[in-house]
Design a protein around this ligand. Structure first.
Ligand code: IVH
Length: 669
């Protein structure tokens, strides 16, 4: 029988190897079930032996829901960017230029993909990941180690041998197309804004505070640059092959090229073939292979002279602007939209493209009936990028932003400090009223079965629902007066409305469409204030003492509740039976299992936040104390327990209990 420690080490090594087979080599050698069984065994052993805790164990890749802002750190070597080129000729010039600068020496060039994600710098010491830092401003970046640890293709513990004791490796964190599509489908379903492209999705995900959510997103990473005082080889390509043997994902596209002709062939091949790759790319990168030659060529302040990027031509079409429409949304913001002669772009027909705001129309200097360039590139959503001035019709006027609301005629106002124009007629402007009703019934708000966006608009148009409170005065008979509804669909709506009365208070707050109160703010507000009467009576200062509520949100809440119509709506919703307060604390989860116990919490946790553990201790009769003493009964230890605490605990012989052990302690027997 191996000792528990031997078995733990064996399982960690095996699981690391299988992660690499699956996520890097794409060639698993065991089934998912076998993998899960090994992982469970390791989790159990680690829970039984907290003394063998390792933050880089394969069990620690699931992330945690703890909120913490990122620490910033200076890069050891600044993260430079690359010079850009847009044509084969410019790349050829780069090759000739480097040769000339090297007195005509032979130069081998390495051709690679330029991955379109977000760059990352990883620091390894003694074969273990110690830190992951974003590019930031190139000089310093955010420490995102916890999030990066959830990316399964990144080795936490290196394989093979020959790595420098300390090194930095740089690469690109990407969200593969398949995961990007899945994520956007999910967001569409949840009525959340879609990501414009995988790059935004990858960088947004990497900066999330909740690493458990990051773990779900399916990020991947490709590596392309090794830095160390003791590199294994004297050239980039061999170093990359070494990196690959240590377990990193290195793109198989990477090729050594020995002549301008080979460089050109590489470009013409990948210009097309890149579309078959599983991840987004926005160009190619060419690097001088020899490190001695790299050193000779040196760098400018911004970019190395030994490398260059070749950017793929974004897919672009030219089409005529028919007219600009101005559309009013739920919040009253007026958005200009270019209505175009239909044009085929990357496989879809484009007829409309948002122009976002007045500043964009002005900076592109768009005139009526102009020929416009529409691009998709890495963007999924078409974008107007320019005007073909040569084809402008003589005498055509610049497009002017409307001065009054296209829906209700009210004079528009400009939002202070923003590029947006707004219609201030919040309670009389039809698209704003309809928008609020549509928002209210949405899945993440009151989730009213049977009423979608279209039905909400129809109910408003038909005059049955003029505000969200009217929804609860609907009857089957009233609904059946509309041609669209039969008995069955009318009943379904009434049932849906009935069911919405148990939707929690936090969703009700979000459903109200208080300007600037999005989902997260609504949740924080609801939890902090407890009920609607409190919320309605709070001063700006009181509101601003709540986490994440600033002056703008506080004023918006006050203005909302000062409006008599809104107060009437709230009263009617309350009478209809909606949840207007957070549920009372129940006895659930209470016990005296920890009665009289003094407990210290240390480290970071994966299943619950530190505050939640504190609450659990108190609910079960225990006392959470800040520092270790002889009187401490045990320490609830998460990841990265402070070394001084650990030493003190060991000296006093105080038991250390892992998160899982603690949770099972509280399980009813
Ligand atoms: S090398 C000093 N290689 O492009 C040279 N960069 O515009 C370091 N990128 O910040 C960069 N694929 O995020 C290199 N194969 C590749 C790349 C690549 C994508 C990104 C990287 C960098 C940016 C430079």
């Amino acid at each position: 029988m191996p000792s528990p420690l031997q078995r733990i080490i064996e399982l960690r090594n095996e699981l690391n190897r299988h992660n690499h087979n699956y996520y890097v080599l794409n060639a698993p050698t065991i089934t998912d079930k076998e993998f899960d069984e090994m992982l469970k065994e390791l989790e159990r052993l680690e829970a039984e032996h907290p003394e063998f805790f390792d933050p880089l164990s394969p069990t620690q890749r699931v992330g945690s829901d703890i909120n913490k802002s990122f620490e910033q750190i200076a890069h050891i070597y600044p993260m430079l960017s690359l010079g850009n080129t847009y044509s084969v000729e410019e790349v050829d010039e780069f090759v000739s230029r480097t040769r000339a600068a090297l007195m005509g020496e032979e130069v081998t060039i390495v051709g690679e993909m330029k991955f379109d994600g977000t760059s990352i710098s990883l620091i390894y010491e003694d074969g273990r990941l110690v830190r992951a830092v974003t590019r930031g401003d190139g000089v310093k970046g955010d420490v995102v180690t916890e999030n990066v640890k959830t990316i399964r293709s990144i080795p936490l513990q290196l394989q093979g041998d020959g790595w420098p004791r300390q090194f930095e490796i740089r690469g690109e964190i990407v969200l593969p197309w398949a995961e990007f599509d899945r994520l956007n489908r999910e967001r569409e379903f949840n009525e959340e804004p879609l990501f414009a492209n995988p790059r935004n999705a990858a960088s947004g995900t990497l900066k999330m505070q909740n690493s458990a959510e990051v773990a779900r997103r399916g990020l991947d990473a490709y590596f392309y640059y090794l830095l160390s005082d003791e590199l294994p080889f004297d050239n980039h390509y061999d170093n990359m092959m070494a990196v690959k043997s240590w377990g990193f994902k290195v793109s198989s596209v990477m090729t050594r090229l020995h002549s301008i002709d080979e460089v050109d062939k590489f470009i013409s091949h990948w210009d097309v073939a890149r579309k078959e790759l599983p991840v987004a790319t926005d160009g190619l990168v060419f690097k001088v292979n020899s490190l001695r030659q790299q050193l000779n060529l040196g760098s400018t302040a911004k970019s190395p002279r030994w490398a260059i990027a070749y950017k793929f031509q974004a897919e672009r079409a030219l089409t005529r602007l028919d007219f600009v429409s101005f559309e009013v949304g739920r919040t009253g913001v007026v958005t200009p939209v270019a209505n175009l002669d239909p044009v085929l772009l990357s496989g879809t027909i484009v007829k409309r493209a948002s122009l976002h705001n007045e500043d964009i129309i002005k900076s592109l200097d768009i005139h009526e009936r102009d020929m416009l360039y529409v691009e998709k590139g890495g963007e999924i959503i078409p974008k107007i990028t320019g005007v073909d001035l040569g084809r402008r019709q003589s005498g055509s006027e610049p497009v002017r932003f409307v001065t009054s609301c296209p829906a209700c005629g009210t004079r528009l106002v400009r939002v202070e400090g923003e590029a947006a124009w707004m219609c201030p007629n919040k309670y009389g402007c039809p698209p704003q009223i309809a928008g609020r009703i549509e928002h209210f019934v949405g899945r993440r708000m009151m989730n009213i079965d049977g009423i979608g966006e279209e039905t909400a608009a129809l109910l408003y148009k038909a005059g049955l629902v003029n505000n969200v409170a009217d929804l609860y005065s609907l009857t089957r008979e009233k609904l059946m007066t509309l041609a669209r509804f039969g008995k069955r669909s009318s009943e379904r709506i009434i049932e849906g409305l009935e069911a919405s009365k148990s939707v929690p208070f936090e969703c009700v707050v979000y459903a109200l469409s208080i300007p600037y109160v999005g989902e997260t703010v609504a949740k924080k507000l609801a939890r902090a204030v407890g009920d609607i009467d409190n919320l309605m009576s709070m001063s700006a200062d009181e509101l601003m003492s709540i986490e994440d509520i600033g002056e703008r949100i506080a004023n918006s809440i006050i203005e909302y509740f000062e409006t008599p119509l809104n107060r009437r709506i709230i009263e009617r919703l309350r009478n209809a039976g909606l949840q207007m307060s957070m549920p009372e604390d129940t006895d659930e989860g209470q016990s005296d299992l920890l009665a009289g116990k003094s407990i210290v919490i240390s480290g970071t946790f994966s299943h619950h936040s530190r505050d939640q553990y504190k609450e659990m201790i108190e609910r079960n009769g225990g006392k959470n104390v800040a520092s270790i003493s002889k009187k401490t009964d045990f320490i609830l230890a998460g990841e990265n327990m402070g070394p001084s605490k650990l030493e003190k605990a060991q000296k006093l012989g105080i038991p250390i209990i892992s998160e899982d052990q603690f949770l099972s302690l509280l399980q009813p027997q």
